[in-house]
Design a binder for this molecule. Structure first.
Ligand SMILES: Cc1cc2nc3c(=O)[nH]c(=O)nc-3n(C[C@H](O)[C@H](O)[C@H](O)COP(=O)(O)OP(=O)(O)OC[C@H]3O[C@@H](n4cnc5c(N)ncnc54)[C@H](O)[C@@H]3O)c2cc1C
Length: 463
């Protein structure tokens, strides 16, 4: 008899095997496992899990359908609220959202809502089921900038309201961080991301790639000359930060975004692509967030010994516990309470090491986490040939600097209303990382959804 206090375990690739390939780590539930896990849901009347989901999926309703083996009906429930369920089922931090609110979690383990969402979305894809196409079309044109989760969600919802929506994307492939940042072994590109992008297109959304708003055309031109009545900016936060320490411009130093883009979007890991990337033998990744874990696990799969260099202790690591666990299982070395002081460079201006200093934790700082303090005289060198900086990102100022009347804050984030996405410029809305700074897929989707409603109300009032 299964223990109802525990989640039905999910199958994963063996750590030794997966450390040498880019195939997906988590294998997901099969039908029987999904139905067994769904039976753990208490179907609460006042379901807290829905409040924990930024796009408000009716979680108990879809899980009830899974429990009864009605997978198509489960998909219909999910797709009323989410355009990207196979993606969210894989990358959302459920432990702090829907699953964090699950009543089952009080005495035992929360229901595995994320894995059930993933199962339903995968089942729908494998069985050729798509979200229903909208029937009414207003013919009114709305532009969406950026095809990440914020842009895709906003565009999908606008299409459902009946608008003629075009997404303009700077890169050659749609998906934003979903294609260029998150690695294949966590989020398959062709089988999952491309298919969910196709689903958004099947709602009538057009996507124009290789268009950089602010360079190819401006927002003012889209509105004044191209007939777009409203614009949504979902351009993300793709500008990497650096430490400003000596040696950071040497050969062999990457931002995590560049390293991951070369590998994920430009397929450096595949022999049939000629994207240049340093196949470091010993790699240091500086930072402790999810992006750092992704960069480290990618470098490991490219054959390196990998060190995570992080200035606080394990308890403060900002990455999801699951990501840290996977990284450790695969053999990543964690140099905690360690901070880089200088990148060591040889006579060819190539990285040959990283000089670090040991840290201890002092009083809590503004973030509430204990502040790392250097231990004088504790400098030491780690022998590496590649350094990947993963210290966070901010929005690229291109759009704000080329749009008349668009306000940004001190952090260069676009200022937008939380509930409608309205910016300081009439008819221009924004959401996702471009507004919040680097956050999560589901928060970006929630913002895209709210802005679609805001745009619909704005255009309806204009009529
Ligand atoms: C490596 C990595 C791993 C992550 N892992 C997770 C995770 O596991 N779970 C999670 O929830 N979140 C994760 N995140 C964060 C999450 O991916 C982001 O919060 C989310 O993608 C933000 O969505 P967005 O639509 O606002 O922006 P983005 O996904 O950044 O998309 C913005 C898009 O706009 C385009 N663009 C930018 N400027 C222009 C322009 N001028 N003209 C036209 N197009 C433009 C960009 O090319 C991009 O395609 C991760 C982030 C990274 C970098």
């Amino acid at each position: 008899m299964a223990d109802v206090l525990k989640k039905v375990p999910v199958r994963e690739q063996d750590p030794q095997v997966r450390a040498t390939n880019f195939d997906e780590v988590c294998l997901g539930y099969n039908k029987e496992e999904a139905m067994e896990e769904a039976a753990r849901c208490l179907n609460c009347k006042n379901a807290k899990c829905i409040e924990g989901c930024p796009v408000n999926i009716n979680i108990p309703a879809f899980i009830k359908e899974v429990k009864e083996g009605k997978f198509e009906d489960a998909y219909k429930v999910i797709s009323e609220s989410s355009a990207l369920p196979a993606i969210c089922g894989r990358v959302c931090p459920q432990e702090s959202q829907c699953e964090g609110k699950c009543i089952r979690g009080i005495k035992g383990e929360a229901v595995s809502i994320g894995k059930l969402e993933r199962f339903v979305a995968d089942w729908a894809r494998e069985n050729g089921i798509k979200p229903p196409a909208p029937e009414n079309r207003t013919g009114r044109k709305v532009a969406v900038i950026g095809s990440g989760p914020a842009g895709l969600t906003c565009a999908g919802d606008l299409a459902k309201y009946g608008y003629d929506v075009t997404i303009f994307e700077a890169l050659h492939e749609p998906g934003g961080v979903l294609v260029y940042g998150i690695p294949e072994f966590r989020l398959p590109k062709l089988d999952v991301v491309a298919k969910e992008v196709e689903n958004v297109k099947s709602l009538g959304v057009k996507i124009e790639t290789n268009v950089i708003i602010g360079k190819s055309i401006t927002i003012d031109e889209l509105m004044d000359e191209e007939g777009f009545e409203a614009v949504f900016i979902g351009s993300g936060a793709g500008l990497p930060m650096f430490m400003g320490i000596p040696g950071e411009t040497a050969k062999g130093v990457f931002s995590a975004n560049e390293y991951l883009t070369r590998n994920n979007l430009m397929k450096a890991f595949r022999e049939d692509y000629d994207t240049p990337i340093v196949h470091g033998k010993k790699v240091a990744v500086v930072g402790g967030g999810n992006v750092a874990m992704d960069a480290a696990r990618t470098a490991l799969r490219l054959g390196a010994e990998v060190h995570i260099v992080y200035r606080r202790s394990e308890a403060e690591l900002p990455a999801r516990a699951e990501e840290v666990h996977h990284a450790k299982e695969e053999g990543i070395i964690f140099d905690l309470l360690t901070n880089p002081k200088e990148i060591l460079v040889d006579e060819n201006d190539s990285v040959c090491g990283i000089r670090c200093i040991r840290m201890e934790l002092g009083e809590p700082d503004a973030s509430g986490r204990r502040r790392p303090v250097e231990i004088p005289g504790s400098e030491f060198d780690i022998d590496v040939d590649t350094v990947i900086m993963s210290l966070g990102t901010s929005p690229n100022p291109l759009i704000s600097s080329t749009t008349i009347g668009l306000d940004v804050n001190k952090r260069k984030c676009i200022v937008a209303d939380d509930t409608t996405g309205q910016t300081s410029k009439d008819g221009v809305f924004a959401g996702g990382d471009a507004v919040t700074g680097a956050a999560t897929v589901i928060l970006a989707m929630g913002a895209g959804k709210a802005a679609a409603k805001g745009i619909h109300e704005f255009l309806s009032a204009k009529n």
